[in-house]
Design a protein around this ligand. Structure first.
Ligand code: SF4
Ligand SMILES: [Zn+2]
Length: 324
């Protein structure tokens, strides 16, 4: 189990969140013969744990949360789905929900799941178990484009599946959070920006909040193989600023799930300006205001602009078939 405390937005303003990553049996989609998302290396954190071990891990989380001085948003991640009984046994799930309900300084609770495990029965149990606390179900949609979902991510579900799950979450009186992946494999930099823009447009009226998650290259994944061959580059931080600026106009709170910023495996620019852009993004997130990149003068700005304009020339198919 890993636990991260950070400054974050809550329903009571800018405060704190706790992200707890529980060790579980792992994602059932990843275990299927042709399954597993191309960028996901969470299977490395999973092992054959018992129900009681998961309960003990969560008791540890709650005890650490109760030591914090202010109320928090609690986010619980497994290496799979919170509503998948193989990954999160029903009794462990029930224990987690009732512990959250009686934890005084947990304001809101967020649990993540693939759409296929989101049944009305499980949602009702979740909602009732929280005894009036705000509950979010986070769906890792990644992209609203079914071609991107299938060819670039191997997501194993479609936009329609996401929409159906989101509708039943809202019908139960729970809230929906949508994760959007920035720059899956096979997309150019500009395509990946456009993909996030169109995904934001597609989910705007469905979801309560979003998180833009720029790719960080996990080890032992198909994406890592491309990256090692020099055929994939994580998104530019400038591109993350573009998508954040687009989202911030539309949502009360736009989350940024940035991992490995400024490193080769994570979103980065030219090194010289990485720290400045990371600081500008943090400030943009804290104030929920657009990031003004023009204020950050760097040698790479013209190169980045030209890249967006010219990169499609390096591919034979124009326009790229993925968006036809
Ligand atoms: S991203 Fe989510 S659904 Fe995809 S393999 Fe990883 S844990 Fe499973
Ligand atoms: Zn730069």
């Amino acid at each position: 189990m890993k636990i991260y405390v950070r400054s974050d937005w809550t329903s009571k303003g800018y405060g704190q969140s706790v992200s707890a990553v529980l060790t579980t049996k792992g994602c059932s989609w990843q275990k299927k013969e042709d399954g597993g998302c191309t960028m996901c290396g969470y299977f490395k954190d999973s092992r054959d744990v018992s129900e009681n071990e998961i309960i003990a891990q969560f008791d540890d989380v709650i005890s650490q949360v109760s030591d914090l001085s202010e109320p928090v948003v609690l986010k619980v991640y497994t290496s799979g789905s919170f509503f998948d009984d193989r990954d999160m046994p029903a009794n462990a799930r029930k224990h987690i929900v009732s512990s959250v309900a009686s934890a005084d300084n947990v304001l809101e609770f967020i649990a993540e799941s693939r759409p296929e495990y989101v049944s009305s029965k499980k949602l009702e149990g979740f909602k009732e178990g929280l005894l009036g606390k705000t509950g979010y179900v986070a769906l890792g949609l990644e992209s609203a484009n079914n071609t991107v979902l299938e060819k670039c991510i191997n997501k194993g579900f479609t936009f329609k599946d996401y929409k159906k799950a989101a509708e039943s979450i809202k019908k139960t009186g729970l809230k929906v959070k949508t994760y959007i992946l920035q720059k899956p494999m096979f997309l150019t930099e500009s395509e990946s920006i456009q993909d996030v823009f169109s995904t934001i447009d597609a989910v705007e009226k469905i979801t309560d909040s979003i998180s833009i998650n720029p790719v960080a290259v996990h080890s032992k994944t198909p994406l890592e193989q491309l990256w090692k061959r020099g055929e994939y580059r994580p998104p530019w931080l400038s591109s993350v600023a573009e998508t954040f600026n687009y989202a911030v106009k539309k949502f009360d709170c736009t989350n940024l799930g940035i991992v490995g910023a400024g490193t080769q495996r994570g979103p980065h620019n030219c090194r010289a300006c990485d720290k400045k852009i990371i600081a500008a993004l943090s400030e943009g997130f804290e104030k929920q205001k657009k990031v003004d990149l023009d204020k950050i003068k760097c040698q790479c700005a013209d190169y980045y602009k030209e890249l967006l304009e010219c990169e499609h020339l390096f591919f034979d198919a124009s326009p790229r078939t993925v968006f036809e």
